[in-house]
Structure formats: structure tokens, C-alpha cells
Design a protein around this ligand. Structure first.
Ligand SMILES: Cc1ncc(COP(=O)(O)O)c(C=O)c1O
Length: 490
């Protein structure tokens, strides 16, 4: 990606047009993403109307107005009933849900003969389905990278309950990537285990690192089942399941196109799905079950995993959302966030105090190589101390800027980024009555969290420029108020 020429701080509003011209001349291909500027002015005009700067796309993407209108029109036009019947209104709902299921598989180039699409409430729901049903046994393995959302880390509890061994592949600081050699040693270290599950994110929700999809084949060749958390990857990157064939893929649709919330998916290789052992059965997942005979005959494929009534009014909006992305083109989105993210990453790294000391510390790759548009960082005071992220949050809110602060539910990436050792963690006990702040002090963490700016399909140059204007307020900052709100959860 081309390196852009930066405006010198302080990113004054009056200099924005000139900065944008400089950006465009350094990124000529950015013009091919002009459709997104048009959509920003129409579909996403509420951002301008409300003066909001939204940079929390890894938290959740934004919906286009037309998605809502199309969905509402669909709901108005017909009568939809619970799909667990065969009556006309039930059949109408079933038809829409099945259309959406086929659209998801098509979108990810997943052959229907090979992959099943299971609708879940979110990515976490998809991860839980795998964790609780994976046939772990004594001496089996669960392997995960340090870089994982806590919804993946939680699978270790299912593994341990069945006396399987769990292990983590560490990250390298400062770029927060995994050393391929170390990964291969971990993958080679379980030759005798029968069931072994390896889980990693295609893109880090902390550092933006894109971990190689080539790991899927590497691990599967060694007999591992591979679970790829794609929640932070698919909103701005192409996932082609005809090329890379993980056993399980988890995602949340609101992270891709903002609406609907409450719907995610587990895409699973049918062969791997058949090996899962569900710990219970429920309405919607059985051919039949009886009480006196103790019989239960599970359904097969996706139906065995969709507990109760699926979100049958929300799921059709997934097809609408996918069409919206397809009209824009995922490669266009990818290119756009890459160019804007690269500009922002460079601008943050160039931000200096008057004495020349850096005003920002980036966690993760410092260049735009194999990374996505999620940038984690802290502001630094001139003496090098970290500026409390809660102060950044408060000041950002006062400017109508939405960024995320904290550890982003990614404990392992945070531990590596903040240089927290196993020793520091095992010495400290989270005692009764403590709050998170007490624990952070006890561990001796240099910061309670980072700031995360993440870009998405509706981001434009003005957003990142205005964010940099805001960032200049941290130049030469030496004091932060003492009365910041307590940290209650990670
Ligand atoms: C990489 C990753 N995995 C999993 C999740 C969990 O997603 P959800 O809260 O929608 O279940 C997130 C949410 O931020 C994420 O970024």
C-alpha cells in the first residue's frame, strides 16, 4: 500500500481539504471506492446529521437505511408464523430462512454439499456450539493462540471438564503475531491425541493482525480440527471457503452490515459437524423424543444445532445485508479501509510532543502488512507514561467520537501488548469484594486498557482526519483528572 504524505500536526479543520488531496494523490486507486462516499451521503447520512465520528466498526458495523426499508417492506407485505409448522405462514417464514441460509453459503463460496450454515444468536453462540459438543476426551487437545476473543478462550473450560489438555500459542511483541515455527511445534506436539481442536482468529479484534488462513491446511494435515473465528475478519475481507476449508467458522452479522443484531452463524464442514456430540437436545433439534421410552432421535445437519425457534424475522435481513455488501463489493471495502487505516496508523505514529517524544504507542503491526483496519494504541504523556484510557474515552465522547477502550475481551493479546507475565498474573488473586481496578493495581499492569479505533464500510477521510484533530489534544498533556469512573469489566 502506498505511503501517504502527512500533514504536520495539528490537523486543523482548515487544512483538511489539502490533506485529502495529498491523501488521494498518494492513493489514486482510492477513487474506485467513490461509491462509498455516495452511500455515506445517503444511506449513512445520519452520521453527518448528528455530527458523529464512528470508529468502532469492530464493535459493530453500521446499517444502511435501505436495509431497514427493505426489511420493513418484507415484514409488511406478508404474514409470517413460527417456522416449526407447515401452515402457510410458517412455510412463508421457513422459505425466507432457507433463502438466507443459502445466501450465506453462496456469499462465502461454501459448497452446500460440504458446508452447513447454522444460525446462532451471535459469534459467541457459534463458538459455544462447537466447544460444548466437541468430542474432547482425556488426553485430547484444545490449542488456541494467545490472540483470541474470550468467547474462544471459554472453550478451554469445556475441554478441561472432559479432561482434555489445553495449550496456548504465544504472541511475539511488539507486532503481536505468532511465530510460524512455534505454531508448528505446538501442532506437532499432539500426534497421539484422537480429537484435537485448534482455534484462532482470522483477524485480531485487538491488534488488527491478519493471521494466515494457510494455517488451516497446515493444522488439518496434522489431524487437527480447525475453528476460525472470523467475527473481526469478514466485515472487511473476503473469506472464500472453496479455497480455505476450516472445520468451523464463527461470525456475527451485525459486525458485517450493522443490522440485524442477534443473528450469527456457525459454518461447519458437514463431516466435522457429524462428529460433534451435543450435550442436550431441545425443541427444533429432534425428529422425535419421548418421555416414557427415554427416546431421542436427533435431526441431522444444521437442524441438530438450532435450538428452539430461530430468529425467523431477523434472519431474512441477513440476506438483505449480504446483498448490500455484494453491491458495494467486499474488495472495494477492503481497499478503502486499508487506505484510510494506513493513513491513520501512520499519522498516529507521527504524532509527537513538543520535545519530540512519541505521543502514541501502537499495539500490533506498525505497517500495513497483513493487518486489518483495527488499530489499538495508547496515548503517552511526554514522560512516557500511558494516558488513562478512561480519560480518552471521556474526551472522545465530548467530541461525539465513538472508539472502544479496554482490553476488547481479548485477554491474551492484552497481556502480550502490556508485557504482563504469567508470574505477575499467578501472584495476584482476584479476591472477594475486589473490582477490576483493584486487580489491575495488584497485578501491576501499566494500563487498564488500550484505545481501539476501527474502520468500516462507511468510514471516510473526514472521519480519520477529525480523529487526528482530536488526537492532537493529547500533545504535551501531563495531567489527567483523578475522578475517572471505576473499571468494572474487561
Ligand atoms: C474476533 C471476535 N470474536 C468473537 C466476538 C464475539 O462476538 P459476539 O459478541 O457478537 O458474540 C467478537 C466481538 O467483538 C470478536 O471481535
Amino acid at each position: 500500500m502506498a505511503t501517504t504524505l502527512l500533514q504536520p500536526a495539528p490537523f486543523a479543520a482548515a487544512d483538511r481539504a489539502e490533506a485529502e488531496r495529498t491523501f488521494l494523490s498518494a492513493n489514486p486507486a482510492f477513487r474506485h471506492t467513490a461509491l462509498l462516499d455516495e452511500l455515506r451521503a445517503t444511506e449513512y447520512r445520519r452520521l453527518e446529521e448528528r455530527g458523529e465520528i464512528y470508529l468502532d466498526y469492530t464493535g459493530g458495523s453500521l446499517y444502511a437505511e435501505s436495509q431497514l426499508e427493505e426489511h420493513l417492506g418484507m415484514l409488511r407485505e406478508a404474514v409470517y408464523g413460527n417456522p416449526h409448522s407447515v401452515n402457510p405462514t410458517s412455510s412463508a417464514a421457513t422459505a425466507l430462512v432457507e433463502r438466507a441460509r443459502a445466501a450465506v453459503l453462496r456469499y462465502f463460496d461454501a459448497p452446500e454439499s460440504e458446508y452447513a450454515c447454522i444460525f446462532t444468536p451471535n459469534a459467541t453462540g457459534a463458538l459455544r456450539l462447537v466447544g460444548e459438543a466437541y468430542p474432547f476426551g482425556p488426553h485430547d487437545r484444545f490449542l488456541a493462540t494467545f490472540d483470541n476473543h474470550n468467547s474462544v478462550n471459554g472453550i478451554r473450560e469445556f475441554a478441561r471438564a472432559k479432561r482434555a489438555r489445553t495449550a496456548y500459542v504465544p504472541l511475539r511483541a511488539p507486532d503481536l503475531r505468532v511465530d510460524d515455527g512455534v505454531l508448528e511445534r505446538h501442532l506437532d506436539d499432539a500426534a497421539t491425541a484422537r480429537n484435537k481442536l485448534f482455534a484462532y482468529p482470522a483477524q485480531s479484534n485487538f491488534s488488527g493482525v491478519k493471521h494466515p488462513l494457510e494455517w488451516i491446511a497446515l493444522a488439518r494435515e496434522r489431524g487437527w480440527d480447525v475453528l476460525v473465528d472470523c467475527a473481526a475478519f469478514v466485515p472487511t475481507s473476503r473469506l472464500d471457503l472453496s479455497l480455505h476449508k476450516p472445520d468451523f467458522v464463527a461470525m456475527s452479522f451485525y459486525k458485517m452490515f450493522g443490522y440485524p443484531t442477534g443473528v450469527g452463524a456457525l459454518l461447519a464442514r458437514r463431516e466435522a459437524l457429524a462428529r460433534l456430540r451435543r450435550p442436550w437436545f431441545s425443541g427444533g433439534t429432534v425428529v422425535t423424543a419421548n418421555v416414557q421410552g427415554d427416546l431421542v432421535v436427533p435431526l441431522s445437519g444444521h437442524a441438530r444445532f438450532e435450538d428452539g425457534t430461530v430468529n425467523y424475522l431477523g434472519i431474512p435481513a441477513v440476506e438483505i445485508g449480504l446483498r448490500h455488501i455484494e453491491r458495494i463489493g467486499i474488495d472495494t471495502i477492503s481497499h478503502r479501509v486499508g487506505a484510510l487505516g494506513s493513513w491513520l496508523l501512520e499519522a498516529l505514529q507521527q504524532l509527537r510532543h513538543s520535545d519530540g517524544s512519541p505521543a502514541v504507542r501502537i499495539y500490533g503491526p506498525a505497517t500495513w502488512h497483513r493487518r486489518g483496519a483495527t488499530i489499538a494504541f495508547n496515548f503517552l504523556a511526554p514522560d512516557g507514561r500511558v494516558v488513562d484510557e478512561r480519560f480518552v474515552d471521556a474526551l472522545a465522547a465530548a467530541h461525539d467520537i465513538s472508539v472502544r477502550t479496554g482490553c476488547f475481551c481479548n485477554s491474551g493479546a492484552g497481556e502480550t501488548a502490556f508485557s504482563i507475565s504469567k508470574d505477575m498474573l499467578t501472584r495476584a488473586e482476584f479476591a472477594d469484594g475486589m473490582i477490576l481496578d483493584d486487580y489491575i493495581r495488584l497485578v501491576g499492569m501499566p494500563t487498564g486498557g488500550a484505545v481501539r479505533a476501527s474502520l468500516g464500510l462507511a468510514t471516510n477521510f473526514a472521519d480519520v482526519y477529525r480523529f487526528m484533530s482530536f488526537a492532537t489534544e493529547f500533545r504535551d498533556l501531563t495531567e489527567v483528572p483523578a475522578d475517572l469512573p471505576p473499571r468494572l469489566a474487561c
